[in-house]
Design a binder for this molecule. Structure first.
Ligand code: GRF
Length: 197
């Protein structure tokens, strides 16, 4: 059985969309895969409640308790390790996980570490993507699912969704429109990865 571990920091709506798709579409039977754990770097992440209610193991690893990024990432890999099997490598899904990962962590999970970013990459890497898209006068915005590499918000593009930017949009209204599309493309991209395996 392939384990999927999802990392979150907050609302966890993408994580919830992935969990719901996995249950609705029967990923266990279809792909021999299951979402085994949800790990948050914040104890008050709302998504933890949803995961717990769905019977998924939840864990908190507070980055503030670690002196360096290396130490935090080492501890994180230690948590994930128990779900990683030589014949069934774990799939690590970043879903609103607001931490930059070290090159060592990324290297360890290359090809099995994915992220969703709320812009049409390669445009607008980093933060405040919606406001930057509005400020730049973009007529379209969107989201990208991509493989994670050592360079932030780069890596092979697995899926994208496009939404219009409307004349009265604020960063919040645009973010909400993009988020509804994220909930569609992220579970689908993961299912595609599991299918290809
Ligand atoms: C999403 O917009 C995602 O693209 C970005 O952070 C947000 C997380 O939302 N990385 P949620 O925690 O999945 O609700």
């Amino acid at each position: 059985m392939k384990n999927i571990v999802i990392l979150i920091s907050g609302g966890g709506s993408n994580m919830a969309a992935i969990v719901k798709s996995a249950q609705r579409e029967g990923w266990r039977e279809k792909f021999n895969a299951r979402i085994t754990a949800v790990i948050s770097n914040k104890a008050d992440a709302k998504g933890l409640i949803f995961a717990h209610e769905r019977g998924i193991a939840t864990m908190v690893l507070d980055h503030k308790a670690f002196a360096s990024r290396d130490e935090f990432d080492g501890a994180l890999a230690g948590l994930i390790e128990r779900f990683d099997q030589p014949d069934e490598p774990v799939l690590v899904v970043l879903a609103g996980f607001m931490r930059i990962l070290t090159p060592a962590f990324v290297a360890r999970y290359t090809g099995r570490l994915v992220n969703i970013h709320p812009s049409l990459l390669p445009a607008f890497t980093g933060l405040h993507t919606h406001q930057r898209a509005i400020d730049a006068g973009c007529k379209f915005a969107g989201a990208t699912v991509h493989q994670v590499t050592a360079e932030l918000d780069h890596g092979e593009i697995l899926a994208q969704a496009v939404v219009p930017v409307l004349p009265d949009d604020t960063a919040d209204t645009l973010a909400a429109r993009v988020l509804t599309q994220e909930h569609i493309i992220y579970p689908r991209a993961i299912a595609d990865l599991l299918q290809k395996k």
